[in-house]
Design a protein around this ligand. Sequence first.
Ligand code: BG6
Length: 476
Amino acid sequence: MPFPEGFLWGGATAANQCEGAYDEGGRGLANVDVIPHGSERNDVSRGLRRMLDFEPGYYYPAQTGIDFYHHYREDIELFAEMGFKVFRLSIAWTRIFPHGDEETPNEEGLAFYEDVFRCCRAHGIEPLVTITHFDCPIHLVKEYGAWRNRKLIDFYKKLVRVLFTRYKGLVRWWITFNEMNMILHRPFMGAGIVLEPGENPLAAEYRAAHNELVASAWAVKIAHEIDPENKVGCMLAAGSYYPYSCRPEDVRAAQLKNQENYFFVDVQSRGYYPGYAAKFLEHEGIDVGMTDEDEKILAENTVDFISFSYYSSRCIAGDPSIAGGVAEGNAFAGVENPFVRTSDWGWIIDPLGFRITINDLWDRYQKPLFVVENGLGAYDEVKPDGSIDDDYRIEYLREHIEAMRDAIEEDGVEMLGYTTWGPIDLVSAGSGEMEKRYGFIYVDRDNQGSGTLARSKKKSFSWYKQVIATNGKDLG
Ligand code: BG6
């Protein structure tokens, strides 16, 4: 068998991209709720706009998402029909602590997730829970400056203690933060950072990163204390950087970009700041505020496994002007790679790059790997009879699963599982669109929020069902 017994096949979502019901169940407002869609989506990331509340009359996709809040039973039933072993989802912090700094949690929010987890378990599906998937309570953004403030470590500790206690026995797999390295690319979405006039962006971002790294280590400690069965992972927006050519300047540029990314996992997996990071911060004059206690907590509480998303490899040149143009992808723009094809959104499609990335991570950390996001965002056409032939999605996933199989079978990498991104269509994190679809399940919803929200199966639904049923043997 190419895939180990008990390999966790499934799909992954995030609260802010599918739950909706932003003002139900006592929920508070979060940064992710107020991010606009389309071309305006990323203005906030460098503090160009201060959109800390809703603008009347403007459509915010996160407000309604795909209304998973009211449809979760139906959706989980469909995941079960595909044979999911695991379902990755995230907690909306503001359902548990609406402002983030309350003394006691909101019971309605806790009860909601308890129902969701029980529903998963009733279908034999293991929940894999991301504690923070880009969301930060708006109150913490406005009152404390979000993650650049160390106080957030304490608020996060309180949140995780509540979660690990309440869901003991129901949830065993946890991820502390989604794609922590996104802070450097989308600081508002990644860590609620709104830059002050004249503030050094890098300093704010690395301070926020440090606080999240320390909070993450505390979460590992608390999780293990409450239940030694808990497995806690970090999560990286992965995709190795290739040098544009064998010019040493290109190779060095790729090395630096890879280090910029690995920094987060280096700390979470090894327990200390690597030399290159310490020197970089010193050179930039950035003091992240490391305390003796931080050092100890980081050193003693490294993660149990390394999870990551992979959509694309990346390419970088020492001198970008020599390269063809910009390749988009997951907020990590690089130069165009002439040897690979791209998606409708210009994201590089590189299955061999997946195998390379898996090997890079395994070689560097020697800890079990969990692929918690992989997939193709594409336009889907609904035929008059309601069917959707998404062969392009099947092809993308097949090629990537083959690459993962090779990494296990031929390269000897230890892999825990694989969850595709967006097993059901959901709101795009990058653009706020609905029509950038990833799902095996179609959701009748458009970019402006119109549609019945009805769910229907695409062609890829039965394909993935077969993949899981044969433990990855039959890839169609
Ligand atoms: C990852 C995020 O970066 O990429 C997800 O963790 C996101 O939240 C996914 O949805 C795909 O990106 P996009 O922009 O196509 O939604």
